[in-house]
Design a protein around this ligand. Structure first.
Ligand code: G
Ligand code: G
Ligand code: MN
Ligand code: NA
Length: 244
């Protein structure tokens, strides 16, 4: 039907691309990994908001299909990334429950992957989600909880999944240097990560003051426009010019 026809080019990739945003060591600014993020354009070339595209696909029961198309595109970029860095990919609990998602994830070395569990809905069954992430961990894939501290159940994700990586939501990074309420949450999640052996990534850092405050609180890693914008792989890692 009409709605599905609109989504078709987003699924097949003719109006979908993948950009990479560095995740860096805050003390040095050196990248440790790159998060793959999908970008979509309409028929006129205008940018579509990815969160709305994923929400619309979910409404049409095409969520896992779109996520798998995006995941396949992201995984193809792994050979372009320096082998000291990992690739971080987003997957919802619903898509993770689909065996086709696991098949895709077996196509690359597990120890080069970080899987961000992105929550946009409640998780009905943590035991099965934890079993699925457990299988992936056995293959060397590290697990992250995305947007930690915000949203419907992100702190429950953290306590139920014992993630390797906790991504502190942008809501607690913005103005962390001047707002003591957000700073208190940031401090608490940094302490939680330290106590549970997880690594914390502060998301959405835009100013040097935010970075410096997070460093002072003990956050090891960060991501955000200050540290690196999401970019096409060809801009980040240009292919060598062909011989002539
Ligand atoms: O890149 P941006 O912040 O606009 O992304 C908006 C939302 O879309 C975020 O929640 C992000 O996790 C999600 N998103 C972006 N790209 C992908 C993707 O390839 N797969 C999945 N599952 N979610 C994505
Ligand atoms: O997967 P997740 O929900 O964490 O998606 C991250 C989103 O945050 C992406 O859409 C990305 O484009 C966006 N983003 C990355 N860095 C910054 C930043 O410094 N500021 C803001 N406002 N957004 C950012
Ligand atoms: Mn993410
Ligand atoms: Na996030």
């Amino acid at each position: 039907d009409g709605d599905r026809a609109v989504l078709a080019p987003l699924l097949d990739g003719s109006r979908r691309t993948t950009v990479l945003q560095p995740i860096v060591a805050l003390a040095t600014g050196h990248p440790v990994g790159y998060e793959a993020l999908s970008r979509f354009t309409d028929v006129h070339g205008g940018a579509l908001r990815p969160d709305l595209v994923f929400a619309e696909a979910t409404r049409l029961q095409l969520g896992p299909q779109l996520e798998q198309a995006a995941l396949a595109s992201a995984l193809q970029l792994l050979p372009r990334i320096p082998d000291t860095c990992y690739l971080s990919v987003n997957v919802s609990p619903r898509a993770l429950a689909d065996p086709a998602t696991h098949d895709l994830l077996t196509s690359v070395p597990g120890d080069r992957l970080l899987l961000e569990i992105t929550e946009h809905e409640a998780v009905p069954d943590y035991r099965s989600l934890a079993r699925l992430t457990g299988h992936l961990r056995h293959r060397g894939i590290r697990i992250a909880v995305d947007d930690a501290g915000s949203g419907y159940a992100s702190l429950q994700h953290v306590t139920e999944l014992s993630p390797d990586v906790i991504k502190l939501d942008i809501a607690f990074v913005r103005h962390v240097d001047t707002d003591r309420n957000r700073r208190a949450i940031a401090r608490a999640l940094i302490a939680y990560a330290g106590e549970t052996g997880a690594t914390l990534v502060a998301e959405g850092i835009e100013t040097p003051a935010e970075r410096d405050q997070l460093l002072a609180l003990g956050a090891p890693l960060g991501q955000g426009y200050l540290l690196g914008r999401p970019q096409p792989v060809d801009d980040l890692f240009p292919r060598p010019a062909p011989p002539r």
